[in-house]
Write a protein that binds this ligand. Sequence first.
Ligand SMILES: Cc1cc2nc3c(=O)[nH]c(=O)nc-3n(C[C@H](O)[C@H](O)[C@H](O)COP(=O)(O)OP(=O)(O)OC[C@H]3O[C@@H](n4cnc5c(N)ncnc54)[C@H](O)[C@@H]3O)c2cc1C
Length: 375
Amino acid sequence: MKVIVVGAGVFGVSTAYHLARAGADVTVFDRDDAGRATSAGAGIVCPWLSAREDEAWRAIAFGAGRFYPELVAELAGEGEHDLGYRRVGLMVVPDEAAQLDAVEQRLAVRRQVAPEMGVVRRLSAEQAVGLFPALRPGQPATHIEAGARVNGRLMAAALLRAAQKRGAEVRQGSPEIVADGGAARGVRLDGQVVGADAVVVTAGAWAPALLAPLGVSLRVEPQKGQIVHLRLAGVDTSGWPVLQPMNGYYLLTFDDSRVVVGATREVGSGFDYRVTAAGQAEVLNVGLAVAPGLADAELIETRVGFRPMAADELPMIGAVFGIGGLFVGNGLGPSGLTLGPYAGRLLAEAVLGRASEIDLGPYDPLRGCGAYMSR
Ligand SMILES: Cc1cc2nc3c(=O)[nH]c(=O)nc-3n(C[C@H](O)[C@H](O)[C@H](O)COP(=O)(O)OP(=O)(O)OC[C@H]3O[C@@H](n4cnc5c(N)ncnc54)[C@H](O)[C@@H]3O)c2cc1C
């Protein structure tokens, strides 16, 4: 089976890898847009903490949580070890200690179906600052053992290389989709048509523009995030846990004395790829309030990414109704580095016509659209 994948963010490269692994003949096209979400994403992997309660969210989030260590081991078998992935644990740090009771109750319920989150325990302020030395004093926390972080750039590059090792071809460029007679036939780039049995669109926040000429209206919008990278020179931050205040912001660290503080959530941003004074100030103010020990850190870069947000904030995985051979993977929103590797496997299975371990109905790419309603 010949499959074309358009878009090589984490969703596309995972789809390509799983397709190639299953023996499909895969070509990946990508144009490396500024603001690719996968390149800007913080890298927190802790799907059990979300306050969302709907079953569709739980199925994909918990599935992704189970799948991550499996994939990391599998990639090691493919010779891919450099993912920036590490199970450093995650600490929830509230404004008031009483908020931790509710968090721990929610996690205790979820732990019954997702024991892979590991041990959840309350930490005293001394224990918390022992794990994350820049943390403000007097701050108790709840610690989730299996919380992890990953470097999105490295993970995506590893998946793409693993796909290539299994025969996938990678091409730079921005093709248009060729469709006739109610089916996708391939893509056209520089006047040349490349035929395929299936075309998979994993083009993140840019996907609506690619699909519009086919009459497909994808309900996805970019949500800009500005995220600050600091360096604490001479400090080994490699084992510090992810820090999750309860205000939507977060801090996490990597091996090169790097501390990442994020992020803005700019609804209605369009593709405005600028670091702004207000965005920078917002993130740094929150970060320094929770971790004043970072005041002297060096600001090394600010990244900008466009989260692909579905109207109902649920991923899109599957075939496009009404156009044979056309598939979409999108809507990973703020959680794509967590969900993307698993969602890519699910999408690959859908392309191959294989049964999925979860019901993909709720992730129909055209749900909520006229075409979906009229089915
Ligand atoms: C600031 C920030 C922090 C985040 N933090 C986290 C986190 O801590 N944990 C987590 O799980 N998730 C996080 N995310 C979310 C995660 O990064 C995204 O959900 C995920 O990366 C989306 O992946 P994607 O492959 O769908 O899209 P993208 O990564 O945006 O990739 C889309 C690709 O398609 C290409 N493309 C688009 N149009 C075309 C075309 N016409 N032709 C060819 N190529 C095309 C683009 O160039 C791009 O390479 C964060 C995101 C941001 C912005």
